[in-house]
Design a protein around this ligand. Structure first.
Ligand SMILES: [Zn+2]
Length: 297
């Protein structure tokens, strides 16, 4: 999602986030892996700022990198492999997207995302050559799912949230089983479809970034109705064989760097409201992604 929207939300809901930060301040902080950190092209000191935050928060960032910045991020990731995992932010409709993806792989990139603003639904066969490569590389791919911002209120634009519904991830997950798909924003507002697809597909996870945790602030326990199958054996694979339905979530901030901690505290408030077991919390905040990505401890 665009940084502009994140900043807007943070300023609108600043007081609310501050309260949650105060409440969560005494909690011990384990390893955090954030699937959803957008490279900020407007901040020339971004990489330094990110490294500082990574040290403060014990954080590894999957850095969603515009193609034009691929080299500087590839280099930074080589020097700071515990802090930065490079992900390529490509346009699925670009005529040379396959070549871009091959180059990203040769530079040591570990995945793609955030894929968004597509001209066709995510499961359109014209996108399969990209998914075939991601499958061959065993990559993680972060897809925007659900409602998307309108960037310009007065100009026509070829954008539709319906092309980015979480249900489209199911076909990709089944056709390309070596891709790990992460749906950003848990399909907002199609949480139930998102959760059900994650339940049956071991290679599908979702993050709760965006406006969802703000929207659900006063009713966070409702997530128990969406992630409802804890401790019921469906004979599907989960990380560490964790029986909690919440194991299908991973941490993603989709925030500017100043807001990452606030989003982490929003996740923690949801964990408390839903009695998410301690070991599952650790997996959501970093364990699952650390395992999938294998970054240095
Ligand atoms: Zn998004």
């Amino acid at each position: 999602m665009s940084g502009a929207r994140s900043v807007m939300e943070l300023s609108l809901f600043g007081p609310l986030f501050a309260r949650e930060r105060a409440r969560g301040a005494d909690k011990p902080t384990g390893r955090i892996v954030d699937i959803h950190v957008h490279f900020d092209e407007k901040n020339p000191g971004f990489l330094d700022d990110l490294l500082k935050l990574a040290d403060q928060m014990n954080l590894t960032a999957c850095l969603l990198t515009p193609f034009s910045h691929r080299r500087v991020v590839a280099e930074a990731a080589k020097q700071h492999p515990r802090q930065i995992v490079p992900f390529g932010f490509v346009d699925l409709d670009a005529p040379d997207v396959v070549r871009q993806v091959e180059e990203l792989h040769s530079l040591g990139f570990r995945g793609l995302g955030e894929l968004e603003f597509v001209k066709k639904p995510y499961n359109d066969p014209s996108y399969f050559p990209v998914y075939e490569l991601a499958n061959r590389y065993g990559w993680l791919v972060l897809f925007h799912t659900g409602i998307v911002v309108r960037k310009n209120f007065n100009e026509p634009e070829d954008v539709a949230s319906g092309r980015m519904r979480p249900i489209h991830l199911e076909e990709i997950a089944r056709r390309f089983p070596k891709i790990t798909l992460v749906g950003a924003h848990c399909g907002n507002p199609e949480y139930e479809w998102a959760a059900e697809i994650a339940r049956w597909n071991p290679n599908v996870f979702f993050d709760l970034s965006g406006s969802t945790l703000t929207k659900m602030h006063g009713r966070l326990a409702e997530f128990q109705r969406i992630f409802w199958w804890s401790a019921i054996d469906w004979s599907v694979m989960t990380p560490d064989n964790d029986p909690s339905a919440f194991i299908k979530l991973v941490f993603g901030s989709d925030s500017d760097l100043a807001g990452v901690e606030s989003v982490a505290n929003q996740y923690r408030a949801m964990f408390d409201a839903c009695d998410v077991p301690e070991r599952t919390r650790k997996m959501i905040m970093g364990g699952t992604l650390a395992k999938l990505l294998g970054p240095p401890e």
